[in-house]
Ligand binder design. Structure first.
Ligand code: SF4
Ligand code: SF4
Length: 351
C-alpha cells in the first residue's frame, strides 16, 4: 500500500464521488464548540479542524437502539434474526477514534462473535484524518500514544497545506483511490512534508500526566483501595454521560418490545452503562457495585487494567470526551494523577 496526493480543490469532487459508495458522514460544526458526525452532501460542510465530536463514530457500528430479532408468538419461540445495515463512508475520523473502533473490533470479534456488529462493520468505509494540532486541555492522546495513525482505516488523510497526503490502508481504499482518478502518486517532497509535520507533533503531543502508560495496569491493580475512588464516587451523579460518549464503551441491555397486537414484537439492544446502579444487580436483588465509588473504580479499571490483561490493549484512547461532558467535573487526567500520587507511580519509569 502506498501514499497518494489529493489537491485541496479536488476534495469537493472526491466527496461527491464517495457518495456513490454510500451515505457520507463527516464531522460538522454544531454551535460554538461542538461537533458531530452527520451526513454531508457538500465538502464545504465538513469541519476539517475539529475537537472530538459529541458522540464517537461508535454510533454507526453499535447504534443506541438496534433490532436483533423479530418474532411472532403464533410461531412459538421462533426468532427471526435481523441485521440492520447501511453503506456508509465515514470521512474525517481522527486517530483517537480509529483506536476506539479497533477496540470495538477486538471485543465484538471475541467469542461469541457479534455478527450484527461484524456484518455492519463490513458496510462501513473508514477515511481517517490526522490531527495537526492538539485539540484541547481534556485530551490525553499524548499519554495513551494515540495521536499517530496505527491502522484501522481504508484511507488516511493528512492536511499538508494546499494538498492532502493520503495513505492507502486497504484494498477497498485502493479501489476508491484509483476509481476516483484524481489522486496523484506521492513524490519524495510530499513524504518530507509529512516527516516535518510528524516531528512538530512529537514536540506538541507529550504525555499529559507524568506516568509511564505501560505501568498503568500495575498502578490500577495496586490502587484498588485508593482514596481517589471514594473522592470521585462522592461527586459522581451516576448520569452515565461518560460511558455514553466513550468510543470504547460497548455494554448493552437486551429488551423485548411487544407490539400493540400483543402477538408480534422485536428483540432490541440498547446502550447500557456500568455507571447505572441496576447494571450489576443480580436476580436475588444484591448489587456487586452498589456504591458509586465502586462503579467509578470499575469504569477506570475497564479502561486501563482489565482489557490489557485480556486483549493486550488499553481501552482509553485519550479522546477526553468523558471529562468534557462530566457535569460533576470528574476529570480523567486528574483521576490518574491522584491515583499515581497515592500509589507512588507519578514519574516512575519501567524498571
Ligand atoms: S459523567 Fe461524570 S457524573 Fe456522570 S456518571 Fe460519569 S463520572 Fe459520574
Ligand atoms: S475513558 Fe474518556 S478519554 Fe478514555 S476513551 Fe473513554 S471517553 Fe475517551
Amino acid at each position: 500500500m502506498d501514499y497518494v496526493v489529493l489537491v485541496k480543490s479536488d476534495l469537493g469532487p472526491f466527496v461527491g464521488f464517495l457518495r456513490q459508495h454510500g451515505k457520507v458522514v463527516a464531522p460538522k460544526k454544531k454551535g460554538e464548540r461542538h461537533f458531530a458526525f452527520e451526513e454531508v452532501e457538500d465538502a464545504r460542510d465538513i469541519a476539517l479542524r475539529y475537537i472530538p465530536t459529541i458522540l464517537p463514530p461508535k454510533k454507526y457500528f453499535m447504534p443506541q437502539y438496534e433490532t436483533l430479532a423479530e418474532y411472532n408468538l403464533r410461531e412459538g419461540q421462533k426468532l427471526h434474526p435481523v441485521v440492520e445495515v447501511e453503506h456508509i463512508v465515514l470521512f474525517g475520523v481522527h486517530t483517537c477514534d480509529l483506536a476506539g473502533i479497533q477496540c470495538l473490533d477486538v471485543v465484538f470479534s471475541d467469542r461469541p462473535k457479534d455478527l450484527n456488529y461484524l456484518v455492519r462493520k463490513g458496510y462501513v468505509t473508514i477515511i481517517g484524518l490526522e490531527c495537526n494540532e492538539y485539540c484541547d486541555a481534556y485530551a490525553s492522546c499524548g499519554l495513551m500514544g494515540t495521536f499517530l495513525p496505527q491502522g484501522g482505516y481504508d484511507l488516511f488523510f493528512t492536511d499538508l497545506g494546499d494538498y492532502f497526503l493520503v495513505h492507502v490502508g486497504t484494498q477497498r481504499g485502493e479501489d476508491i483511490a484509483w476509481g476516483f482518478g484524481l489522486f496523484q502518486k506521492a513524490e519524495p517532497k510530499h513524504l518530507k512534508d509529512l516527516e516535518v509535520l510528524r516531528a512538530r507533533k512529537a514536540e506538541i503531543f507529550r504525555p499529559e500526566v507524568p506516568v509511564d502508560r505501560f505501568l498503568l495496569p500495575r498502578m490500577f491493580q495496586e490502587g484498588f483501595e485508593a482514596k481517589v475512588w471514594e473522592d470521585i464516587g462522592s461527586r459522581c451523579l451516576s448520569c452515565a454521560n461518560c460511558t455514553n460518549v466513550c468510543p470504547t464503551c460497548y455494554c448493552f441491555d437486551v429488551k423485548d418490545v411487544l407490539n400493540l397486537d400483543l402477538t408480534t414484537g422485536r428483540r432490541i439492544r440498547v446502550w447500557d452503562s456500568c455507571q447505572n446502579e441496576p447494571f450489576a444487580k443480580i436476580a436475588s436483588g444484591e448489587s456487586f457495585r452498589a456504591e458509586r465509588s465502586d462503579r467509578k473504580r470499575h469504569r477506570f479499571n475497564r479502561k486501563f487494567s482489565y482489557p490489557v490483561k485480556r486483549y493486550n490493549r488499553f481501552f482509553c484512547t485519550g479522546c477526553g470526551r468523558c471529562s468534557r461532558v462530566c457535569m460533576a467535573k470528574i476529570d480523567l487526567k486528574e483521576t490518574i494523577t491522584q491515583l499515581a500520587q497515592e500509589t507512588g507511580y507519578l514519574g516512575a519509569l519501567r524498571g
